[in-house]
Design a protein around this ligand. Sequence first.
Ligand SMILES: *[C@@H]1O[C@H](CO)[C@@H](O)[C@H](O)[C@H]1NC(C)=O
Length: 83
Amino acid sequence: MAPMQNKVICVLVLVSMLALGTLAQAETEACEVEPAERQNCGFPGITATQCTSRGCCFNDSVRGFPWCFHPKAIEVPPEEECF
Ligand SMILES: *[C@@H]1O[C@H](CO)[C@@H](O)[C@H](O)[C@H]1NC(C)=O
């Protein structure tokens, strides 16, 4: 494939990801952390409101692991997948 074509496809991919990706979706993805990898953000018995107001994620569906935890750091910018 010619480099120019490749670049056009790349721009199209980026634009459609921006169009589809809402902030809410990004936050949900960042909160999908394996229970064993969760970094505790709150304290035992913290409420969902207290937790999210700290900028952390709340999920009490897994017992024995932190319910309030730091969102996963998204370090790789999407642009880098293109080159
Ligand atoms: C809570 O975490 C579990 C395990 O990672 C996941 O299966 C579940 O979908 C999560 N629930 C919510 C509401 O995010």
